[in-house]
Unconditional design. Structure first.
Length: 193
């Protein structure tokens, strides 16, 4: 299981590398490439939003709404999805961070002032209670955007590893960061605002 989400009906969705499953409380149903019209069975990211379900795959971004699948952003591997306060989406992809709004997508260039990152492999994205963006990567550490400037965290300034596997924001506003430290090892970090 690579990600989970609960839709407005209370159904639980499971993204896996072998398909997409949904549990309605009684029955587990599955979707695969034939059901959705996209040649993939690797489902990587989920986000429930206003009656729709956004699904990130290794072949594009899908939207499931009223029993209909729509491919909205083909050809990009979407590994993470986060919702901004205005309803726009931030997508973590293997080619960087994408801002998605009303059918339009824009690549974000992460510029820390010292260095620009054009296409980091973004594995996870969360938005904290203050609206700050946290983007974890595979090998480039952690990026933080406060709405004005970017900051970059790596092992050089305290991060236990430069590969981020998962992130979550708790009810107190703390950001939990799961980092991969090597052959089966990992570390858990909590940032307290």
């Amino acid at each position: 299981i690579l990600d989970t989400a609960i839709d407005q009906r209370g159904y639980i969705w499971f993204a896996t590398d072998q398909g997409l499953n949904i549990w309605d409380g009684l029955t587990m149903r599955g979707f695969d490439s034939e059901d959705i019209g996209l040649p993939t069975n690797r489902f990587q990211a989920l986000l429930a939003q206003e009656g729709s379900l956004w699904v990130g795959t290794d072949r594009g971004l899908l939207r499931y709404n009223r029993f209909t699948w729509e491919v909205v952003l083909p050809g990009v591997s979407v590994q993470a999805i986060a919702e901004e306060s205005n309803g726009d989406l931030l997508l973590g992809t293997d080619h960087g961070l994408i801002h998605y709004q009303d059918g339009q997508s824009f690549m974000w260039i992460i510029n820390t002032g010292k260095e620009s990152y054009l296409s980091p492999n973004i594995t996870r994205v969360v938005i904290d209670h203050q609206g700050n963006t946290w983007a974890g990567s595979a090998g480039d550490g952690l990026f933080f955007f406060n709405g004005n400037t970017w900051q970059h965290f790596t092992t050089a300034n305290g991060l236990p590893a430069n590969t981020i596997q998962a992130m979550a924001v708790d009810h107190l506003g703390g950001v939990w960061i799961s980092a991969v430290t090597g052959a089966g090892g990992g570390a858990l970090v909590r940032y307290i605002p």
